[in-house]
Ligand binder design. Structure first.
Ligand code: NI
Length: 166
């Protein structure tokens, strides 16, 4: 957090080429190394509409996907509140309200259209990653008071990290 690329709406992908597939491989690798369950291209400094999710550790065998130019086409009215974190804001966590179920349309890295419906954790991670593509971070989704508390904690964590790096 603090890098402008995270606050910039990402560009639509126009070419489904080897560069795109290399980016996707790189993102899966980065996500697995960080032990994350989702990652969006702006988090690796690339302002393009690409996200990856892998929940296989959590015993959801089908919940591994790379999506290009994804759009949420439907959100359930039912919502759920669960704690969320983000690899770009290490150390912070907050309860975020999200739709329980979503439908998403987009493309796979080869350019084939993809349509999927996700619920529970899968739906939550997808909504979080699509937010990244629009320059939205999870602290934007809480009340102003909670956001101020999160930012305070973030500053403290940064100061501690800077101090221990000296
Ligand atoms: Ni995130």
């Amino acid at each position: 957090m603090g890098d402008p690329v995270l606050r910039t709406p990402a560009q639509e992908v126009e070419r489904f080429d080897e560069d795109l597939r290399a980016l996707v491989r790189d993102m899966f690798e980065t996500m697995h190394e960080a032990e994350g369950i989702g990652l969006a291209a702006p988090q690796v400094g690339v302002s393009r509409r690409v996200l990856v999710v892998d929940l296989r550790r959590d015993e959801e065998p089908d919940a591994r996907v790379a999506l290009v130019n994804p759009t949420v086409t439907w959100r359930s009215k039912d919502t759920d509140k669960q704690p969320e974190g983000c690899l770009s804001i290490p150390g912070l966590e907050e309860v975020i309200e999200r739709a329980c179920t979503v439908r998403i349309e987009g493309y796979d890295p080869e350019g084939h259209p993809v349509e999927l419906e996700a619920d529970e954790l899968y739906a939550r991670v997808l909504q979080h990653e699509v937010d990244h593509l629009d320059g939205i971070l999870f602290p934007d989704r809480v009340t102003p008071l909670k956001r101020r508390m999160l930012m305070k904690k973030w500053k403290k964590l940064r100061a501690e990290a800077a101090a221990s790096a000296k």
